[in-house]
Design a protein around this ligand. Structure first.
Ligand code: FES
Ligand code: MG
Length: 591
């Protein structure tokens, strides 16, 4: 039995050192002994630390965690803990059909069971690829045992003929080059593959770099951890330090709820604007906040984030990639710039036991081409604007990606410079769009607005990254490459098109998009933050009745049991796309 005074409060004692239930204790012990752990270790009173392993051959973005976990273990052992590594349901953004975001909640749910039901005193969350970071933070939030995140880190920079090629972003460009006949299919594949030269996650400011940066801004990673490229030696060192630190966190009883406070989320919202973060961030941070019981609304993104300027010059908004971001100072340098103008709640506690202010006070920018000083940003007002109207209760738009071409064509009325009107062209899901976008009978012109519905958490299911749609070929030939796009789905963080996304409620939940018809006039006012179908209330009521009679908006059948289960209980994008019943379970480890 343990004689370590700190040990009595460890939750793993209930399994391995339970005087009230010696039979079960023996059974628990014998099975964890069978691969070589000793009784002495399991009853030593040392914290038992889980390593939630997201890497596997199915998850190449996170696969390097299989290596990093060895250094994490060494850190845990060195600090007086015992490491137990276990697999997390794989989520690979580019490999999972119909969409990886279908599995974020599945990985969350299974990790909650693991953290709750096994003898773990603390956990290292191995994060990286898009949905892995929110899934693991959400589970840590629900169970609320001491937890620390470790990024796998971005891939090295991609290069092709002397130019940087970035994950995802290069695909848009390569498609255009192939369409224009500049490269053939072989060349297309070579160009796209050049952007992925090493292990790690996407090297652009897509959802992965965004969510890993925000995990650090929230205080859940050691300072400086997010941006270190996966293959760098510093990444191995950070893995070791993360292992060391989690053991002390258990002794200090620092839990996710101590770190991820409302103030921490507001810091993260501001950092998201400054880094040019993905439009997926509001969905995921809302989910984490809801599982903690922290108040966070979609309006907070505009209130706290919209006016923050873009400081980080990474593709798709800028020029550079992950290695450059790291060399320029990473998240601490960005936080430091925001601190200099009072935009960071400096007192927020982080996993190293210090405040974010203490951690980032001396974090200077090392390369001002890549991270701009606050006084000389790349763009002003880089956050999201939140729109509302009879089309939806909320949808977001990233104003900083609005191109000059777009501004000239749609936002150039001197009397009304932030509003545009157009004729709606409505597609029901990505297949319908692909089948009909070039159909001349739709008569799409430069005044048209493209709508994508049936792409939300219920409709798709899991919400597809399909709202950004290209213009039809006949318009592209006339030099019109981008039309306004609006939808109830998401948009890839690596795409830079000016779309209105994440519309909630979605068509499949009978939101306003469900009663929109091709040919309707629609008005978007970016000043008043409104988005409306320009038709009478009577007509809208008639359409609502018709929709009800038809049994609601029709969407494709379930393909798997999980699709059916999730569709029955999933929240809208505005509400984090969480499993609604799961929000009732909070702080499970506290009993
Ligand atoms: Fe995994 Fe981008 S696809 S990080
Ligand atoms: Mg993505």
């Amino acid at each position: 039995m343990s004689n370590n005074p700190k040990a009595s409060s460890l939750r793993s004692r209930a399994w391995f050192d339970n005087a009230g239930n010696p039979d079960m204790t023996a059974l628990y012990l014998e099975r964890y002994l069978n691969f070589g752990l000793s009784q002495e270790e399991l009853q030593s009173g040392k914290p038992i630390i889980g390593i939630a392993q997201t890497g596997s051959d199915l998850s190449p973005c996170n696969r390097h965690h299989l290596e990093l976990a060895k250094r994490v273990r060494e850190g845990i052992r060195e600090a007086g803990g015992i490491a137990i590594e276990f697999p997390v349901h794989p989520i690979q953004e580019t490999g999972k059909r119909p969409t990886a975001s279908l599995d974020r909640n599945l990985a969350y749910l299974s990790l909650v069971e693991v953290l709750y039901g096994y003898p773990l005193d603390g956990v290292v969350l191995t994060v990286g690829c898009d949905k892995t970071t929110p899934a693991l933070l959400m589970a840590a939030a629900t169970v609320n045992i001491p937890a620390i995140a470790l990024s796998v880190g971005p891939m090295l920079n991609g290069w092709f003929r002397g130019e940087r090629t970035g994950s995802g972003t290069i695909v848009w460009k390569a498609r255009e080059m192939m369409a224009a006949g500049e490269i053939d299919y072989e060349g297309f594949v070579r160009l796209v593959a050049s952007s992925a030269p090493s292990t790690g996650y996407c090297n652009t400011m897509g959802t992965a770099t965004t969510m890993n940066s925000l995990a650090e801004a929230l205080g859940m990673q050691l300072p400086g951890s997010a941006a270190i490229p996966a293959p760098y030696r510093d990444r191995q060192e950070m893995a070791y330090r993360t292992g060391l630190r989690i053991v002390d966190m258990v002794h200090e009883d620092i839990k996710p709820s101590d770190v991820m406070t409302r103030e921490a989320f507001i810091n993260a919202i501001r950092v998201n604007s400054a880094i040019g973060g993905s439009t997926n961030a509001p969905i995921h941070l809302t989910a984490v906040a809801r599982h903690l019981g922290v108040e966070l609304s979609i309006d907070d993104w505009q209130t706290y984030g919209e006016s923050v300027p873009l400081l980080v010059n990474l593709q798709p908004a800028g020029e550079y990639l992950g290695e450059d971001y790291y060399h320029a100072g990473g998240v601490p340098a960005v936080v430091n710039q925001l601190m200099s103008v009072g935009l960071i709640n400096e007192d927020v506690l982080t996993v190293n036991g210090k405040s974010i202010g203490e951690n980032c006070r001396d974090a200077a920018i090392a390369d001002e081409k890549v991270i701009r000083p606050f006084a000389n940003p790349l763009k002003e007002n880089a956050g999201f604007r939140v729109l509302k109207g009879n089309l939806f209760d909320s949808a977001i738009m990233k104003l900083s990606v609005v191109s000059d071409e777009f501004r000239d064509r749609y936002l150039s009325n001197p009397d009304d410079p932030m509003a545009f009107e157009g004729r709606a062209i409505v597609f029901d899901g990505p297949e319908d769009y692909h089948a009909r976008i070039d159909d001349p009978t739709l008569a799409i012109d430069e005044k048209s607005i493209l709508f994508m519905r049936g792409a939300g958490p219920i409709g798709y299911p899991g919400a597809a990254e399909v709202v950004n749609m290209r213009a039809p070929d006949y318009l592209i030939k006339r030099g019109i490459t981008s039309l306004p796009c609006i939808g109830d789905g998401r948009q890839s963080g690596t795409s830079g098109s000016p779309s209105i996304l994440n519309a909630s409620p979605e068509a499949a939940a009978n939101g306003g998009l469900a009663i929109l018809k091709t040919g309707d006039r629609v008005r978007i006012d970016l000043n008043k933050c409104t988005a409306n179908i320009l038709t009478s209330d009577e007509e809208l009521d008639r359409r609502r009745e018709g929709l009800e009679k038809a049994g609601g908006y029709a969407y494709p059948a379930h393909q798997t049991p999980w699709q059916e289960i999730q569709r029955g209980m999933v929240a809208q994008l505005e509400a984090g796309m969480v499993l609604e019943p799961a929000v009732n379970y909070q702080r499970l480890a506290q009993g």
